[in-house]
Write a protein that binds this ligand. Sequence first.
Ligand code: SF4
Length: 195
Amino acid sequence: MRSAPFESLIGEVRACSACADKLPLGPRPVFQASPTATLLIASQAPGTKVHASGIPFSDDSGARLREWTGLSSEQFYDSAKVAIVPMGLCYPGRGSGGGDAPPRPECAPLWRDRLLAGMPATRLTLLVGSYAQIHALGPGAVSQRVRDFRSYLPLYFPLPHPSWRSRIWAENNPWFGSEVLPALRNAVAQALRSD
Ligand code: SF4
């Protein structure tokens, strides 16, 4: 169950329009959060499919992330246990390189610390992609961090962004499937244990 102050914060976030003039599809913060969540997925920003649905990771990236973590859709969307808070909560538009633009820089300073402070039960944070990793850990290369995942446990587990590009990246880095994913599934299961 959520506390009244946390409910109030969630309402504030959902009503945010702080950078509306920079958002091509307008504000629509997409996230899930609860004070009882023990697993936090710190991701990048919604894409167009997620903006349309209003459901975090309701796209191919989400299917890949669920496969990586070993979580069913039911487990993944159980907000009492799993929080999903991207670095930018609204779809940021297209970037100059053809992919999506970076998360809006206004967003994390406005909301992130307050949301995370309201989730004191968090045991493990999945740092999905470079923006979440840099925010939590400072500058560094994603591939090297993923390879060194053990050094960030038990608090953090760095991962690549599960976009279509990650399929090619994983083929070129077979240690990801053989070493990282089994450890990830184990760490996620530990974070979601019921004791
Ligand atoms: S991206 Fe963040 S700061 Fe900008 S409107 Fe959405 S919630 Fe507000």
